[in-house]
Design a protein around this ligand. Structure first.
Ligand code: P70
Length: 458
């Protein structure tokens, strides 16, 4: 039987969970055009849509909110955040942003030109879209193990270094304004990247003088995996590992809605003074002044405190343990998932779960709908609705490499019995899997279509 690492906190405030009937859910999901993003949260019993901005803040963070000094410029909460960014990441120059994509938008607008290429281990949806919106090309270069759901490589998020070098040689340094590394690698299953791989990526890029940026939203979870799995790090603390990771970076973007343990907020940091000046100017134009970046100052205080709390080893052991617990319960029932489980979510492998549904009928979305209908669980499709592309030359559809359903677990929100309920619901859906039908798109937006598209059952 799977082991559970108990919560290193007790509950001070509670929020009621909506309970619904199957008839109600059938109505809700049809009204939502079969898109779980269109469901009102009062129709959802267990909300595993995302771990982003959905965490529970601590009493210490809430107390900090009351200490928000709502000055437009130079609030003391900004200086507290500056101290934390310096201590944790070793960066002197940073700006707050309203969330991760705010940082991406500012960075790419000052660095990326149409036709430029931006390699990454794997871009997530908004990073890719913000590069493409400028006319750039977002390139995914994860190692092949990362695309094999059953391969138990300990660092499946790693960058494919040979492919990165070949890419640089092929397209030319002048066409690559920066390269990125997403830790953990969300799109392939919340999989970690090793410190050896981060160091080697930096060394390779440094030889070509290409700036190296980290997409840092789940960096603390990545640090925990390094501590547990990588030779030489067993006795290093999480902040020590973080300092080493970021010592290799020329800058980073971060959605603090993940390992910042806040409901809203982000960060953008860069070492180069010339670049940082451009960042500040763009930030003032689009996000806000440099000492608040689109956030209330109370939000900066919550972020400063949350960033520190997320590096606590007892918290991380519970956090990663919770994801592993759900994964093991599903594996005990023979349910196909991405193995080993990653840091923030369990990913169901829809290609193996629903082999009778072709990719043209979006098996991962079909499974997402089935989970909602069976138990009011809201998961998210990370497959061809999110990532399929039209080949510009032939007009043919290139489907996503993986068809996954992500069960993203909000931090410090759900307990073991919630996870047991989720496992039972998925077990029931698995028993009835042959009856699940595919879906087709009836309406879609030109960019980031997954958020708003409407579907019909085939
Ligand atoms: C998620 C959300 C956000 C994200 C990320 C990485 C590696 C940047 C960002 C942008 C997005 C999402 C997906 C499905 C449902 C809801 C939300 N990821 N880099 O859940 O950050 O959202 O703050 O602008 O994962 O993975 P932000």
């Amino acid at each position: 039987m799977a082991q559970y690492t108990f919560e290193p906190f007790k509950i001070k405030s509670v929020e009621a969970i909506p309970l619904t009937t199957r008839e109600e859910r059938e109505q809700w999901i049809a009204d939502a055009g079969y898109n779980i993003f269109r469901l009102p949260s009062r129709a959802v019993t267990i909300d595993f849509l995302t771990d982003s901005g959905t965490s529970a803040m601590s009493d210490h963070q809430w107390a900090g909110m009351l200490e928000g000094d709502e000055a437009y410029a130079g609030s003391h909460n900004y200086f507290h955040l500056q101290q934390v960014v310096r201590d944790l990441f070793g960066f002197e120059q940073f700006v707050p942003t309203h969330q991760g994509r705010g940082a991406e938008q500012v960075l790419f607008n000052v660095l990326v030109k149409p036709g430029n290429i931006v390699p990454n281990n794997t871009h997530f949806d908004t990073t890719r879209a913000n590069i493409e919106a400028i006319g750039g090309v977002a390139l995914d270069l994860v190692i092949p193990e990362g695309l094999d759901p059953t391969n138990r490589h300990p660092f499946k998020g790693n960058m494919h270094l040979a492919n990165l070098e070949q890419t640089i040689e092929r397209v030319g340094v002048e066409n690559i304004p920066l390269a990125m590394m997403t830790i953990t690698n969300n799109a392939v299953g919340g999989q970690p990247v090793s410190l050896a791989n981060i160091r080697a990526t930096k060394e390779l890029l440094a030889r070509y003088k290409i700036p190296f940026f980290i997409d840092a939203c789940r960096y603390a979870e990545n640090c925990y995996f390094i501590q547990q799995r990588e030779d030489g790090y067993r006795h290093k603390s999480i902040p020590e590992i973080a300092r080493e990771i970021f010592s290799y970076a020329d800058g980073f973007t971060m959605s603090a809605k993940k390992d910042g343990l806040v409901n809203i907020g982000g960060l953008l940091a860069a070492r180069d003074p010339g670049l940082f000046e451009k960042i500040q100017n763009r930030l003032i134009l689009t996000e806000g002044f440099i000492s608040y970046g689109g956030l209330a100052r109370r939000d900066l205080e919550a972020m400063a405190r949350g960033l520190l709390e997320a590096t606590d080893e007892k918290y991380l052991a519970y956090r990663i343990g919770q994801v592993r617990y759900l994964a093991e319960r599903l594996l005990e029932m023979g349910i196909p998932i991405v193995e080993p489980p990653g840091g923030h979510a369990v990913f169901l492998d829809a290609k193996r779960f629903l082999p009778h549904i072709p990719q043209s009928q979006f098996p991962a979305l079909a499974l997402t709908i089935a989970l909602y209908l069976e138990g009011g669980i809201r998961a998210v499709e990370i497959g061809s609705v999110m990532f399929a592309k039209q080949d510009p030359a032939t007009g043919e559809t290139r489907y996503a490499a993986l068809e996954l359903v992500r069960l993203a677990i909000p931090r410090r929100v759900y307990t073991q019995s919630h996870l047991d309920y989720v496992a039972e619901v998925i077990g029931e859906v698995y028993r009835q899997r042959e009856a699940i039908r595919g879906v087709k798109i009836v309406w879609e937006a030109p960019l980031l279509r997954h958020f708003t598209a409407k579907f019909e059952m085939v």
